[in-house]
Design a protein around this ligand. Structure first.
Ligand SMILES: [Zn+2]
Length: 103
């Protein structure tokens, strides 16, 4: 497997971006509100397919904890699906739950 998971360059791993026109936040289109993307050996990035969420959930959680440490976040790191700001959005769902969605 040559792909690795990298932080989304558009939202810096947040999974959402600020809406400059209307204010507030919206799901990041680049990573489908995941905050992370697959990147192959050539630096080509693509969304992590929903069916893969269950497989990579632990990896995403580890990356998220690392990101929080970099930000100097004090206390327990919160994965995107536990962040209040994302409740009710796609990103507010646990990857395991999203992975079982049939869209
Ligand atoms: Zn993104």
């Amino acid at each position: 497997m040559s792909e690795q998971i990298v932080r989304c360059p558009s939202c810096a791993g947040y999974g959402w971006v600020e809406d400059e026109l209307e204010g507030g936040v919206q799901d990041c289109d680049w990573c489908d509100a995941t905050g992370y993307l697959y990147e192959d050996g050539k630096g080509i990035q693509r969304r992590i397919p929903h069916v893969d969420y269950g497989i990579v959930a632990d990896q995403l959680e580890a990356l998220e904890q690392q990101r929080m440490r970099e930000l100097g976040y004090q206390g327990l790191p919160k994965p995107p699906w536990e962040q209040a700001v994302r409740t009710g959005t796609k990103g507010g769902q646990h990857p395991h739950q999203r992975g079982s969605d049939h869209e």
